[in-house]
Design a protein around this ligand. Structure first.
Ligand code: SF4
Ligand code: SF4
Length: 135
């Protein structure tokens, strides 16, 4: 959840008005050893404890664990179910720090588009992304 764009100007999206799609629709939020070390320090636990408690394997990648989410069905285990904010913002992985790495967020654009289309400022489109290997 980046708050300024790459060129330092205000981004064209507002995370405070979004249910945090980016923390929910991706099954994989990849974590590195550095990310796990940061989590371990944040929670005051050994590296191995953080590894097991907060991450899991997805194929050959290590990723953050997920859990049921009342709004978007499944989400990162660190997304607060009510406030829709990251509960470990200062200790979040590098992948989260870099997202979306652009002036725009496609999910925010979609949210705004649908609210205008439906003439309903509270409508919440549900989004799912499925990746398919076509090689
Ligand atoms: S999906 Fe986009 S607008 Fe919503 S929280 Fe993530 S970065 Fe912010
Ligand atoms: S660690 Fe925080 S910013 Fe990253 S996916 Fe989880 S809730 Fe979102």
């Amino acid at each position: 959840m980046k708050k300024t764009s790459a060129n330092g100007s205000p981004p064209n999206y507002d995370c405070t008005k979004c249910p945090a799609y980016c923390c929910a629709i991706y099954e994989r939020v990849q974590v590195t050893k550095r990310d796990i070390n940061r989590l371990a320090k944040h929670f005051g636990v050994p590296y191995e404890t953080a590894l097991v408690r907060y991450t899991r394997m997805y194929g050959d990648e290590r990723v953050l664990r997920r859990r049921a989410d009342p709004v978007l069905q499944q989400a990162c285990m660190f997304l607060h179910p009510k406030t829709r904010r990251c509960r470990i913002y200062d200790a979040r992985p590098q992948a989260c720090r870099e997202y979306p790495d652009a002036d725009r967020c496609v999910y925010y654009d979609m949210l705004e588009f649908e609210r205008v289309q439906q003439d309903d400022s509270k409508v919440l489109p549900l989004v799912q992304i499925t990746f398919r290997d076509e090689t």
